[in-house]
Design a protein around this ligand. Sequence first.
Ligand code: V4E
Length: 204
Amino acid sequence: MIEVEKKFVLSEEEIQGLVKGSRFVGEVELDDVYYDTPDFALMKQDRYLRRRNGQFELKVSTALVIDAPTTHYRELTNKGEIREELGLGEGDFEWMVERAGYKPMVSIKTLRKKYKEGDFNIDIDSADFGHEVAEVELMVEKEEDVQGAIGRIKQFAFSKGLWDKSEGEIRGKVMEYLYRKNRAVYEEIAKSWKRLEAAHLRNN
Ligand code: V4E
């Protein structure tokens, strides 16, 4: 599945407007540990290996433009698929992750309030380092459904009076964490995304 997602930084009043009419699904605690090389080689390639509440997951970009208003990522949870994607050999998974040079680099705990309106998932996240971010998400099966989902998210946000809230720089939790705690790395990653985008555009 591909996760098509738009993030917003909102006031309490705007959050109430966003979730009005939706169904509260529940609250979950996320304990995320992002693994990477010490120079963040994965994030620089727009790939994110994390251990969420003990389970490894890999987010892989399916977009040409990384720093876009609406992002789309494939989320791999199957260890075999993660092994293949990262070129990890057979053997104990954690050991292979370590052997490939990936170490815990960023740890974030989040309290997530989950809502649903039709097939839209709305998450209101409060991260332990003081960052609050709202996400509107649709899951699609095929790459060709991504553009339609982006359009629907845009319309949904518009109907809640929030589309203009998505303009400007909105950082997700990991990038905000690095922005605050390690600005040099944040800038290196952002620069690397620009290089990736330019290479994609040249080759397509
Ligand atoms: C995809 C990504 C990163 C990995 C963390 O993803 P994020 O959506 O921030 O975390 P979370 O907890 O909401 O994951 P979910 O539960 O939805 O799977 S770190 C940087 N990115 C890329 C990225 C981007 N290009 N643009 C924006 C606004 N955010 C993140």
